[in-house]
Design a protein around this ligand. Sequence first.
Ligand SMILES: [Zn+2]
Ligand SMILES: [Zn+2]
Length: 144
Amino acid sequence: MKNKSKKEYLKEWRKKNPNKVRENFKKWHTDNLDKYNKYQRTYRNHIKKAVFDHYGWRCNCCGETTPQFLTLDHINNDGYKEKKVNKSSSADAVYRNVIKLNFPDTYQVLCWNCNCGKRMNNGICPHESAIKELNQRLEKLEKK
Ligand SMILES: [Zn+2]
Ligand SMILES: [Zn+2]
């Protein structure tokens, strides 16, 4: 049998060249990891595009339009509840969930700055509270 001898030959070769075997496996692994990562990236871009095409490519607070800065924000600040349900906090999971829920209006687009600012400032972006403060000051001035 030709096949069998080939198999036997491979077995022998593997025994004699364990380093080569490891190398080949490593190469196969990185090659495929590359493909996998590329696929993941296109998939991620695809769902991100679907979500932002719906909610708009613009920060709802400061008007930032650079796509890399934009994130999806849960308006009611209860994103953490969702995270517990989904057991995942990745942006992908949020995007997938939003698509699954058919784009609920409890989400808005914010840039990273406004998103973080909102989280650190009790749910109001410092931009917003700065404007409020300014308005309050103006009101006081007008009253004088
Ligand atoms: Zn912003
Ligand atoms: Zn802001």
